[in-house]
Ligand binder design. Sequence first.
Ligand code: SF4
Length: 495
Amino acid sequence: MDHKLTVAVKEFAYTLGADLVGIAPVSRYENAPVKMSPQGILPGAKSVVVCAIHHPDAAIELDGEVHPQIMGPYSIQYIMNTKLDFLSFKIGRMLEDLGYPTVPIASSNIWRYRGYRDLEAVFAPDVSHIYGGVCAGLGELGWNGLCITPEYGARNRFVSIITEAELEPTPMYSGKKLCDMCGECIRKCPTDAYRKEVNGTKDVVIENKHHVFANKNLWRCAWGEHFDLDLDLPIPDQVDEQVLLDHVKQHGIRHGEFGVCLKVCLPKHLRQPDPDYCKISVRRKRHTIPSDLPVHSAVYDTVLSIAGKNTLDHVHFISQKTLEEQGIPMKEHLPDGVGAILLTDHIKLPCQADEAKAFRETHIMEWNTMSRTVRVNLTIAELDICRELEKIGYSALPKTYLKHDALQKLCHETTENNAILYSALILTSAPLEDRHVLDVSHSDARGNLKERLTRAAKEAGADLVGFASAFAIDEIAEQLREIRKEETIVFATDK
Ligand code: SF4
């Protein structure tokens, strides 16, 4: 067992933004089907590093209150998967660079919906990150089949990194039972999946410990969650793949679903009922900071640092006084909110203002790449700032339903000429002062431009960096034009 390496891996994972990190020896997966086991993926595997990041509490508690298919703040989950993929890849590279063959697994967004050869499991990921959380000592399975942790309940997303490094295992969770059969997941499930079509129980045995939970019909679960069918439609008594496909054909889709089993599930010691704040779930008990204390100056610096790392342009901290003067109804969206942070970024198109529309239409690939990059950076910054604020005791709500226009105007942020504005807005219980910090990722670094670009690319994770002149690219383009002249590029959109 390599103690020093274990500490280094954990430290690296926390630096990258993991909220929980555990190590499982592969022996804890002995009951997993071979195709979904660490050795089935990497025959020489010895350990699995499992990392979790947790959903911002305000997003879980305040969203989905009107309908599970009306989703705003909870949609931050999509970037959580991107962040987990990034964590997995970076930790995998770290271990591989040290000489240990490693397979970083992507977060589970893709499943084999049907069984495959001798694998009977449906909705099967490459390896279960949820069971991985238990194997790595981070928690226990609840009646809903989710990994409940003593810190965040079911409000986690996990990712696994399989490696030949022999790391020190985290002891299995042995505290108080985390699922006390409170029944909230059973009562509040919109498809009634814990009462209808339940085929007994499942028993997952990890190091002789039995985790028994409802053996739901996952196709029923998938009605709203995977197939996006309207939860207000009558759901047949029996749901299978064909029923789902027929209903999609007949009714079309509505929207993805907020996982209510995740929303309502907290272990007893974390439950704090507050019906004035949220009705469907209780609040998570956590350390909080009294809002009459001024915000520590390090908090402003942390926010600016996260924004700078994600190459954003400007950060605007907005006080409660200013929000009230502007008539911005923040408390309708975050009841304990007393401050807001507006993050902005711009894409400057390489053309004149009156040519911007034509540029976007004729350079659709470049435009899509540029706008996706800016949106990913903004949303990762939004998530990380919320996580940092929450960690020190403030509420923080990402992806609020509150429109950005009034705040953009207040902060003099507009789409002007050929610079297109993107923004993210966080509401918080931190009593912020008004501060407007511009050009947070601007650098005055001098010296050789190639060297600076190479350094920036390597810091972002590139292994090799090369440069080509526009003239050389033009020459290649000319040759490719001839080779590919018969090809047609088709963009297909599912309407
Ligand atoms: S909601 Fe209650 S019954 Fe359901 S898994 Fe969580 S603790 Fe268990």
